[in-house]
Ligand binder design. Structure first.
Ligand code: SF4
Length: 330
């Protein structure tokens, strides 16, 4: 594994603290001075010192800076809302360390860049280790990720495990590989997180992935469930975080293009994640096209469940509900 240190610049940190505060977080006093702080926050993006190494060749345009700020704001909000920096008993007293899963796709590169950005601004007191699991897919370009990460001085670990052969051996002809492939990959990533002393495995799933999963479960799984932004693995020793849970896929795609990440194609294995997910993606995309803003509305709805207005008797005590019941409906 390669390790590298990173600089933290307190001035930039204080500027961005204001620039990415959500409206709910702002006090009236803060609002009063926000225009001044906003200006200095904007200025901090245009200085020669543009951020951590991964931003070395990033554009300096206003539109890119706006996109970057929006992604940072959304990422930081998810980290706060879902308490990803809450005390972790198992790792108490040790330096916090996260294993950032890097597949070579646009989302995982974006995840790494945004976490490095927050870290550089002093908002993420966590050591990051980028990790790629080379699963032995035919024609996987082995040199791309290590070359990129080494050039940037990013701490990383690349591990080769031929899960591709296992999957092609076990899955019957015509079946999709993804379920078994992901399970095997996840097991190795948990192991690597343990070996590296990481409290969490960090994944690049975003808002659109969460919505697609919700509708997959809704239409095909018979349950109301999406993808958790924070969960504990079955063994109970590694957390899984999804800090991009509030980031739009479209923003991440534009970000990846502007940052010129060396993307590795995701179809090397010859399998895709099934027709059903693609159908959900198309359906949600069509809804958004006809009624812009619905994706944001849907992701907000997932954070406002009302058990008394659903049909799950394990979540709400319908039997005890009566005129003399003192219990207010949640
Ligand atoms: S697309 Fe390929 S690499 Fe990705 S989960 Fe499916 S089988 Fe695995």
């Amino acid at each position: 594994m390669t390790r590298a240190g990173k600089a933290i610049i307190p001035d930039a940190m204080s500027d961005l603290t204001e620039s990415i505060a959500t409206p709910e977080q702002r006090s009236p006093d803060t609002e009063a001075s926000s225009s001044v702080n906003k200006l200095s926050a904007d200025a901090s993006f245009d200085t020669a010192e543009r951020g951590p190494s991964i931003y070395a060749d990033a554009p300096s345009s206003v539109s890119f800076n706006k996109l970057r700020k929006r992604l940072i704001r959304n990422t930081r909000q998810a980290i706060e809302d879902f308490s990803m920096l809450a005390p972790n008993g198992l790792h108490a007293g040790k330096p916090r360390r996260w294993l950032v899963a890097l597949s070579g796709g646009k989302d995982s590169y974006g995840l790494l860049a945004l976490l490095m950005d927050l870290q550089w601004r002093g908002m993420l007191p966590v050591e990051l280790i980028a990790c790629n699991l080379d699963q032995g897919q035919p024609n996987f370009p082995k040199h791309v990720l290590p070359d990129y990460l080494s050039t940037l001085g990013v701490a990383h670990r690349i591990e080769y495990r031929d899960t591709y052969s296992v999957v092609t051996d076990k899955v019957p002809e015509g079946g999709t590989y993804c379920a078994l492939c992901s399970r095997l990959r996840r097991g190795h990533l948990y192991r690597i997180a343990r070996e590296e002393g990481c409290e969490a495995l960090v994944l690049g799933h975003h808002r659109d992935d969460i919505l697609e999963t919700f509708f997959l479960n809704f239409f095909h799984g018979g349950r109301l469930a999406a993808m958790p932004p924070k969960l504990l693995n079955d063994e109970g020793d590694v957390m899984v975080f999804r800090p991009l849970a509030l980031c739009a896929e479209e923003d991440l795609a534009r970000f990846a293009e502007a940052m010129k990440f060396p993307i590795i194609p995701c179809d090397l294995c010859g399998s895709q994640d099934g027709l059903q997910r693609n159908a959900m993606k198309a359906m949600i995309g069509e809804i958004e096209r006809r009624m812009p803003g619905r994706k944001d509305s849907m992701i907000r709805a997932l954070g406002h469940a009302r058990p008394s207005h659903l049909l799950d008797r394990s979540l709400f005590d319908f039997a005890s509900l009566s005129p003399d019941s003192e219990k207010a409906q949640p």
